[in-house]
Design a binder for this molecule. Sequence first.
Ligand SMILES: Nc1ncnc2c1ncn2[C@@H]1O[C@H](COP(=O)(O)OP(=O)(O)O)[C@@H](O)[C@H]1O
Ligand SMILES: [Mg+2]
Length: 318
Amino acid sequence: MSASPATRTTARPAAAVRTGEPTGTDAAYAVQFSGLGRTFAPSPGSRRRTRAATTTSVEVARPVLRDVSISVQPGEVLAILGTSGCGKSTLLRIAGGLDSPSAGSVRIDGSPVTDFDTRCAVGFQEPRLLPWRTVADNVALGLPRGTAREAGRARVAELLELVGLSAFADHRPASISGGMAQRASLARALARNPGVLLLDEPFGALDALTRLKMQDLLLDVHAAAPTTVLLVTHDVDEALQLADRIILLGQEAAPSGGSRPPGATIVQEITVPGTRPRDRGSAELAELRGRLLAGLGIDRHGDPRGVATGTSIPHFPY
Ligand SMILES: Nc1ncnc2c1ncn2[C@@H]1O[C@H](COP(=O)(O)OP(=O)(O)O)[C@@H](O)[C@H]1O
Ligand SMILES: [Mg+2]
């Protein structure tokens, strides 16, 4: 996967075209966030005392995201980093139409996302496989509605091969490893040829070695079907290894004498140099790693500023 997003083709794997899915997309799509904000309405119990009247309280709406604007190119891999609770999953859910913005908009291939968007497929931290179905049948769940039986079978076989699970097609989820289950989950997400793949910490629950293997697999998958990927991760190295660009969500510094506006926005945007697979030990990446870790409130030498390097990222300070 060496082409830049601008030059990369959006061709699908030959076999995917051959099976001729009735729906699903056949292209990688641009995703455009414009001035996007999300404020959650007060929930029962979310009360805060007002300064003026300490004996009464008001329910407060909570701005989580504000003014997020970025254009993701077709076929680009964008990694989204940020402290826990800063709104990464919320941004991803809005991109897929699983939640609605309070301000601004998100467009896929130029058209607004209004409802659950079938041009997207979503992958989560947990594989979410149905335990009573075989691996192959779980992958088949991702096929577009109306896929003919033979075409579906061929597509599932192709995807199982892509993720290295052909020999486990008839196994149930309980008899495969966590890494394998996550590969099956990825295959299910790919089954509909998504124009945009939304991955929310997809490897976060895996051990370190399996995670590295899954990163390589994602590179292979993307090379075979260069869809647009929005990848939420808490792993700075994973972002540097997989992404064309990385955005860091966080709170902007307060202007001098003023208070900072509530809600997270893009506080860093980094274009990752070099072609993939990248040299994990390169000095260039080390510099970027330091910059991103500093942005996350972690000292580059692992000197804890409240948290130590290698532990989970701190919580967003509301
Ligand atoms: N449906 C919701 N209603 C109210 N608050 C929510 C809802 N979804 C998310 N939040 C809040 O928004 C904040 C950001 O959540 P999330 O996007 O899951 O963060 P992240 O993925 O970065 O850890 C959290 O404080 C969370 O509690
Ligand atoms: Mg999340």
